[in-house]
Design a protein around this ligand. Sequence first.
Ligand SMILES: [Zn+2]
Length: 125
Amino acid sequence: MPFICENVECRAVLARGQVRASHEDEGWCFYCPDCNARNELKDVGIPGGPVQLVQPERSGPPHRIIATARPLEDGGYAAQLRVQRALAIKGTYAVEERWEQLGVFPNAHEAVAHANTFASELLKA
Ligand SMILES: [Zn+2]
């Protein structure tokens, strides 16, 4: 498995041979050859055995989620959502997906909460 730079603006996909792991006081890491960001690594090798480095699991790639509430004329709020999925390719995001009205809510807070819940369900898939 290649390494992926965790810098949101970079996200370079790096073959293992392209990176040089170094052991620092805080543990293993590598510096992205493209953007120089420090990327954490974890040694999952058996104790006493050879070092086996992996990137620690992240909660997920850095998707962009914009949840908003649009006030309606009759006093309610429409939940709106814009999502851009982060792709495992350098600096790229998928085409933005938009929902103008996910539902109508009595207040802006509920509308935004609904849009955020919808986004997390969507991105779980
Ligand atoms: Zn990078």
